[in-house]
Design a binder for this molecule. Structure first.
Ligand code: ADP
Ligand code: MG
Ligand code: ZN
Length: 476
């Protein structure tokens, strides 16, 4: 029997606010344990949470960017469960009235565009972190993360392959980064993904029983875990078995998922409206204000780059893969207005160096101005294209401007015809046999002579002039 895969993702994104969602504590990552805490986020009795306005504003940004409708009234609910990293015994989340619903994100897979529905976007607080020290007979708990604002983005079960799922996740990460509402760092846990997956016979209208894969912290893991889970479920179904609805964990070392717990139902959490918090009212005016300040989003930027700078599709995709890279490109083009040349250099030389060090563009030792200056030097024949590449490597390694490197190393192109002529004379004198063969019709040897001249001038002779003088002298 043929099966079709059905996937829906629940993505948690940590919002980039300075303070927590219901208190003034800092959200900074990496502080000493339990130093970013107060009675509110420690869940002391008698305290009252107060909503951070910026958290709502960031959610409105994402809701607008994903075509959701925004609730003018939403409210918080208590999700009750016990866990040592949850001091109140409940998590403040949203249940029946989330901030936003019914949106979509378009993804591209295999050259085709596909619309993935967004069921809802709701707000909630993060829990703390348990630290298991294997040398100790106990577990530590760090409450710095309790009360850090999260948004949960729930997709419709519209995804059909692991590749679509990871493409959707990447797209979502690009969007939250462009919006400056989440840093999208999966390793640090600022972006976390639970994947729900089921199989059904091709042609079937109803969905199969799903399992939920928890907490995968890289795109590759999401894809691999889903691939594994498809095989596991198919094997069970093909033998006439049934899938148990449960939460499973991905073990990236072994490359398998294993059952963690039976799937809980909403009623297990005894959700009810949080009596400590007033409803969240969002006015049209607020929404319009946020809309007017939305940055250009990845898709719009890509389309503009392709049109305005006359770039191929692939260049547009790469250059707009992050907001900072796109800004780098535009800063460079502003100073050296040859977009395709700039794009080539960024995609080949710059990204190669950056990827080798796993570096980010905002820490690139070569500023866009310096790269533009380097390209100008090639354009004005001050240095050759080949030498420019070695100058670039030096710029990347030392942070020096191109003029300094060219000056220090004496790399300026030789354009003096007399000087080049002399070198050519000596090359021709040193290779009388080849000269004869060339004159007898072996045109290919021109390349050989050019090579010799370049060797003698350490690549600094202007190739155009070399070619001209060589042809002239060989004709004599
Ligand atoms: P639950 O209440 O069990 O968390 P939801 O209906 O809230 O389930 O859905 C959670 C996620 O699971 C959503 O992203 C949704 O698209 C996805 N989903 C729902 N049903 C299925 C299914 N049968 N197969 C795969 N994914 C599903
Ligand atoms: Mg769920
Ligand atoms: Zn606090």
């Amino acid at each position: 029997m043929e099966f079709e895969t059905v996937i829906g993702l629940e993505v948690h994104a940590q919002l980039l606010t300075n303070s927590k969602i219901f208190c003034g504590c800092s959200t900074k990552f990496g502080a000493a344990p339990n130093t970013h805490t107060c009675p509110v986020c420690l869940g002391m009795p008698g305290v009252l949470p107060v909503l951070n306005r910026t958290v709502v504003e960031y959610t409105i940004r994402l809701a607008l960017a994903t075509h959701c409708s925004i609730a003018r009234t939403s409210r918080f609910a208590r999700k009750n469960y016990f866990y040592p990293d949850l001091p109140k015994g409940y998590q403040i989340s949203q249940y029946d009235l989330p901030v936003a619903e019914h949106g979509w994100i378009d993804i591209e897979v295999n050259g085709e565009s596909k619309r993935i529905g967004i069921t809802r976007i709701h707000l909630e607080e993060d829990a703390g972190k348990l630290i298991h020290d294997e040398t100790q007979p106990f577990t530590y708990v760090d409450f710095n993360r309790t009360g850090v604002p999260l948004i949960e983005i729930v997709s419709e079960p519209d995804l059909r392959t692991p590749e679509e799922a990871s493409t959707y996740l990447k797209k979502l990460r690009d969007i939250v980064r462009y919006l400056d509402i989440c840093d999208g760092n999966m390793e640090e846990g600022s972006l976390r993904c639970d994947a729900n997956i089921s199989l059904r016979p091709v042609g079937s209208e109803s969905f199969g029983v799903k399992t939920e894969l928890k907490n995968m912290n890289s795109f590759r893991f999401v894809q691999r875990a889903l691939e594994y889970e498809i095989k596991r479920q198919r094997a069970i179904l093909e033998q006439g078995g049934t899938i148990v609805q449960e939460t499973r964990l991905w073990d990236s070392d072994k490359g398998v998922t294993h059952g963690m717990r039976g799937k809980e139902e909403a009623h297990d959490y005894r959700y009810f409206p949080d009596p400590d918090l007033v409803p969240v009212l969002v006015t049209d005016e607020w929404i319009e204000n946020v809309r007017s300040e939305l940055p250009e989003l990845p898709e719009a930027k890509k389309a503009r780059f392709i049109k305005e700078y006359e770039l191929p599709e692939q260049d547009g995709v790469v250059l707009t893969s992050s907001k900072d890279l796109a800004a780098y490109f535009e800063a460079c083009v502003a100073r050296f207005p040859q977009p395709k040349k700039v794009s080539n250099w960024i995609m080949a030389e710059l990204l190669r160096e950056l990827n080798r060090d796993d570096g980010e563009i905002d820490q690139c030792p070569v500023s866009p101005e310096a790269l533009a200056d380097l390209l100008k030097m090639t354009d004005e024949d001050v240095i050759s294209g080949k030498i420019a590449k070695s100058v670039f490597e030096e710029m990347y390694a030392t942070g020096k401007p191109p003029e300094t490197i060219v000056e220090e190393k004496g790399l300026k192109q030789v354009t003096d015809e007399g000087e080049i002529g002399k070198v050519i004379e000596s090359v021709l004198t040193a290779h009388p046999d080849q000269v004869e063969e060339y004159r007898a019709g072996k045109d290919k040897l021109l390349g050989f002579f050019v090579g010799q001249v370049m060797k003698q001038t350490q690549g600094k002779a202007n190739p155009k002039i070399v070619n001209e003088i060589l042809r002239e002298k060989l004709r004599e």
